[in-house]
Design a protein around this ligand. Structure first.
Ligand code: HEC
Ligand code: HEC
Ligand code: HEC
Ligand code: HEC
Length: 447
């Protein structure tokens, strides 16, 4: 069963690669290789140095960075905490550190365990880089190309689509890594995801310099952002389209806007503009990535943006109509995503369009989404990442006032319980002002 799951994961990852790399690597699908364990990577002439090597292509202190600074190293240990114990007890699962419901995301899904594999290593190297049984030897001798790596069974973390799919699988939750409302109601924190922000937070154990770009191709935060939004959209739509939506009186609530239900009943909260198409009093899906995708399309291909917004309206109408209608519309949008949207993510968005994109996101947030916490989190991250993209390209400077406005927006979304639609809207206004004050050379440009 677990081997099967793994095959599906590899297949999905391969299916997401750009057509060219897919053709180049028809043989990566379907691996049941052994996980050799983190200790197999941590030799001090391999990846276990305590500081970066000066004259090496890679840092070689990857293990050290992971173990000291990366939350993934603690992921299994977390399951032994009191909080996890309480979550598992409320769910009737037995010890969390042995419960498959938790291990799917908090440990390596090792279908075959080598002698040095330890579940207590949490999310180790092979959880992201692939089971090492077959690649460890050619890897130690040295690869000459990305194709050789892929051929040997390394997971293509360097490919932004495969990387986004990998991270989103646990951080958005997908059919192979199910997050449920029951788990959250038992005390699990809500999960969220934005690829570029999360890569930076990990923190990275890789260094993007000239040599990296020569070996692995250029990296662009703006591309990370949109491909991450696409991966989160696919995870949401697949969750909704599949059997996990459920058939009880209520569907699986993890896929819906938490704050639609969890909020105070003080008057004056009606948000008719929140999700076009949705009648008041209905529960919107957690549609933030679908909305962000629409803003990106507005800039990259406006006619497709209009079509997407129309589909999103139909999606919300379908959601009020019933499970089958919602599932049919989720499937239609998945097809549109794969056919029309994904191919567009391979082109670099020109800086002028990035400015307009930031303008579109901020304008839409002010107009339609200022009371929506999940959307607010995504807006704060998007503005920050896309601004960074412009700065990295050397096409914009961020003034102190602008940076302060971005930070202020971030502060608004730090804590769900303290989120206030009013002061978030004010922070959006300030941000909009800070960027427009310096237009046209500034960032927001005209919407
Ligand atoms: C196998 C599932 C899995 C995969 C794949 C995965 N993560 Fe995680 N990630 C987790 C879990 C579980 C935690 C929480 C660990 C803990 O605190 O116990 C986590 C924590 C994190 C954190 C820390 C969050 C915080 O609030 O401090 C960041 C950042 C992160 N992951 C980024 C990434 C990125 C980037 C990728 C893809 C390159 C990725 N993750 C892939 C499961 C995963
Ligand atoms: C769909 C993947 C997924 C599943 C399933 C899952 N978790 Fe998590 N868990 C995460 C991620 C991702 C984070 C980090 C959230 C963040 O900070 O963004 C996390 C964080 C946590 C935290 C908070 C850690 C901290 O340092 O604050 C606890 C506790 C936890 N999980 C326990 C559990 C338990 C117990 C189960 C099983 C009942 C479980 N998790 C199932 C993905 C998952
Ligand atoms: C949560 C996912 C994740 C985990 C866990 C992880 N990595 Fe990585 N690793 C990445 C990503 C993403 C990249 C950047 C993309 C790339 O270059 O392939 C990367 C890059 C690398 C690189 C390439 C650097 C370069 O310049 O080419 C090495 C080497 C590496 N990781 C080693 C390790 C080792 C050793 C471990 C375990 C101690 C580990 N990784 C654990 C996700 C992960
Ligand atoms: C359709 C309405 C609805 C949606 C959407 C919803 N919940 Fe709930 N939630 C409930 C109900 C009903 C309960 C049970 C309350 C009780 O037992 O009194 C609950 C319970 C909880 C609890 C237990 C504590 C409490 O307040 O009772 C948490 C935590 C929770 N939900 C988190 C979330 C998160 C996170 C999301 C979004 C991913 C979410 N919920 C989406 C209706 C909803």
């Amino acid at each position: 069963m677990r081997g099967m799951q793994k095959r599906i994961v590899y297949w999905l990852a391969a299916a997401l690669l750009s057509p060219a790399s897919l053709l180049a690597a028809p043989t990566v699908v379907g691996r049941d290789d052994q996980h050799l364990g983190v200790a197999s990577c941590a030799g001090n002439t391999c990846h276990g140095s305590t500081r970066p090597f000066k004259d090496s292509k890679i840092r070689q202190d990857e293990y050290f960075v992971w173990q000291r600074k990366d939350a993934h190293a603690q992921a299994w240990l977390t399951l032994t905490s009191e909080r996890s114990e309480a979550i598992a007890r409320r769910l009737g699962l037995g010890p969390a550190e042995q419960a498959q419901e938790c291990l799917v995301c908090h440990a390596e899904s090792a279908s075959q365990r080598g002698p040095r594999y330890q579940v207590s290593d949490g999310i180790g190297c092979e959880a992201c880089h692939g089971a090492a049984e077959r690649w460890i030897e050619p890897h130690a001798k040295g690869f000459h190309s990305l194709d050789e790596r892929l051929e040997a069974g390394l997971y293509p973390t360097w490919d932004v689509h495969a990387r986004a799919k990998l991270c989103a699988s646990c951080h958005s939750g997908d059919p192979q890594h199910p997050m449920t409302h029951a788990i959250m109601a038992a005390g699990h924190p809500p999960i969220l995801f934005e690829l570029d922000t999360f890569q930076a937070l990990t923190p990275p154990h890789w260094q993007i310099d000239e040599d990296y770009v020569r070996r692995k191709g250029p990296q662009d935060p703006a591309r990370n952002w949109i491909v991450g939004q696409v991966a989160a959209s696919i995870a949401l739509l697949e969750n909704l389209a599949g059997p996990r939506l459920g058939h009880g009186i209520f569907p699986e609530l993890a896929f819906f806007d938490c704050d639609a239900c969890h909020h105070s009943m003080k008057a004056g909260r009606a948000r008719a503009e929140r999700s076009a198409g949705l009648a008041l009093g209905n529960v919107p899906a957690a549609d933030a990535p679908l909305v962000m995708l629409g803003r990106w399309l507005d800039v990259v291909e406006p006619s497709l943006g209009e079509r997407w917004d129309d589909q999103l309206r139909q999606f919300h109408i379908a959601g009020s109509a019933g499970t089958e209608a919602l599932q049919a519309q989720a499937r239609a949008m998945l097809a549109e995503l794969h056919q029309s949207v994904l191919p567009k993510t391979d082109a670099t968005v020109p800086s002028e369009s990035l400015r307009r994109l930031i303008g579109r996101i901020v304008a839409d947030a002010r107009q339609s989404h200022s009371g929506d916490y999940e959307h607010a989190q995504q807006t704060a991250m998007a503005v920050s990442v896309l601004t960074t993209a412009l700065v990295e390209r050397g096409h914009a400077e961020v003034s102190d006032a602008q940076r302060a406005a971005v930070d202020a927006l971030y502060n608004q979304v730090q804590d769900r319980d303290r989120f206030s639609a009013g002061s978030y809207a004010a922070a959006l206004d300030r941000l909009s002002g800070a960027f427009h004050a310096s237009a046209p050379s500034g960032i927001a440009g005209s919407p």
